[in-house]
Write a protein that binds this ligand. Structure first.
Ligand SMILES: Cc1cc2nc3c(=O)[nH]c(=O)nc-3n(C[C@H](O)[C@H](O)[C@H](O)COP(=O)(O)OP(=O)(O)OC[C@H]3O[C@@H](n4cnc5c(N)ncnc54)[C@H](O)[C@@H]3O)c2cc1C
Length: 214
């Protein structure tokens, strides 16, 4: 699916969504991008050169409605990021608790050090808040409420707090956390994407500020 201007002078009102099928003359995937994380889902660079797309491939009957369609998709998409960030945080927490119970230093498992316990207590609290808030916004969305602001808030909050959680989990793993043989690094690499994709944190802040009427 491609979002393209049919009339750039109309800015947002001039955007439409099109299905562009593989094999359409002028459309190609120039290369597979080599990513830091999320490597199980491929990301490619798409090239359009004199690519003509028939009007029947336009999604929705009304020309100029693409931006609204995108905005709708982005709202539900941002809520799913709440779930994605919560799941990543929970998995990282679970791995870290297991590691902290196994790793012995100075004669005891590191989970017995107050420093480790405090970090884990903080993470568990944050994951609970992430989950609860995601459910709340998803529930409002299911009821058909306008959650443009809340969807941006849940994406912003969960993606940003996830960075702190993953940093703490890496720290508790010590040097082993930096090794590819320990799975925590994968969550750290994958989770780094979430403040960028589906609208960066800065864009979420802009949406929230606008919705607050600031
Ligand atoms: C793995 C991966 C998969 C992706 N998949 C898709 C996909 O399937 N479909 C798709 O369409 N896109 C996809 N993207 C693109 C992604 O949506 C963009 O990377 C993201 O929206 C940020 O845009 P940008 O990279 O152009 O950053 P830029 O817009 O160049 O932003 C750079 C920095 O400047 C900040 N910034 C930009 N504008 C402003 C502003 N007005 N005010 C304040 N700060 C600002 C940004 O927040 C950011 O910190 C993907 C990206 C990645 C990394």
């Amino acid at each position: 699916m491609v979002a393209a201007y049919t009339d750039p002078t109309k800015r947002g009102e001039g955007i439409n969504l099109f299905v562009v099928e593989r094999g359409t003359p002028g459309f190609s995937v120039s290369r597979k991008l080599d990513k830091l994380g999320n490597r199980s889902a491929e990301t490619g660079e798409l090239v359009f050169e004199d690519c003509r797309v028939p009007a029947r491939n336009m999604i929705g009957g009304k020309e100029g409605g693409g931006f609204a369609q995108l905005a709708d998709t982005l709202i539900s998409g941002r809520i799913t990021y709440g779930a994605r960030c919560t799941g990543t945080a929970q998995a990282a927490y679970d791995l870290t608790v297991r590691y902290a119970k196994e790793r012995v230093q100075f004669g005891k498992p590191i989970v017995k050090f107050q420093n480790t316990r405090f970090k884990l207590a903080e993470i568990a609290t944050q994951v609970d808040v992430m989950r609860t808030y995601t459910y709340r916004v998803a529930h409002l969305y299911d009821q058909g409420k306008n959650v443009r602001k809340e969807a941006a808030m849940v994406k912003l909050f969960t993606a940003e707090i996830l960075q702190k959680i993953l940093g703490l989990c890496m720290q508790i793993h010590g040097g082993y956390g930096y090794m590819m043989e320990y799975p925590i690094q994968r969550f750290w690499r994958d989770g780094r994407l979430y403040t960028v994709t589906e609208g960066t944190s800065e864009i979420q802040r802009m949406i929230i500020a606008k919705e607050l009427g600031l």
